[in-house]
Design a protein around this ligand. Sequence first.
Ligand code: HEC
Length: 179
Amino acid sequence: MSTLKAIAVSITTLTIAPAAVAQAQQFGQPIAPADIAAWDISIGPDGAGLPPGRGTAIEGEAIYVAKCQACHGEKGISPSVALAGALAGGMGTLAPGKTPIKTVGSFWPYATTLFDYIRRAMPFQESKSLTADEVYAVSAYILNLNGIIGSNDVIDAQSLPKVKMPNRDGFIPFPRNPK
Ligand code: HEC
């Protein structure tokens, strides 16, 4: 190979190489904000992220009977706990010497978790199918079954975070990074 030809070959290699590397790194494509929004549905304990909408326990009862009762039992008290756990009852059972019955009412520290959980995961076989109004209403119904709110109390983004769950202070805070 003549010196001139060798130089020409090296220059060609130099100019092609970075292009080939850049091409190899082209994985995926930028995600559209609308595509992220469908997954960005976490609700904070303080209610951050709750959408517009509203519902009462009276409205939620019909939704519960149609879409939840088959698995969770009439009035949230599952007779066998075979399909899914009870959603109501068990108050005061998380105490020494008692058999703990953990339900939304006896165990959950924040009412806002109801909206988050039901919207993302229930009905079990048809998750993310309920409207915001339906999730508020059925959350209100479960709170009412547990004697925490009245049957006509409106549950929405303002009122749900203000609901104080009976077991709110039953947890021992454990700081992950103690100073
Ligand atoms: C096909 C059966 C089925 C239907 C219908 C169903 N669920 Fe569930 N649900 C489950 C199962 C199973 C679990 C437990 C899931 C797990 O632990 O991963 C559950 C868990 C839950 C929990 C959490 C309970 C806890 O203490 O951890 C809530 C709240 C709940 N469901 C509400 C609802 C509501 C509201 C509806 C109706 C809109 C509904 N479910 C419909 C099967 C069902």
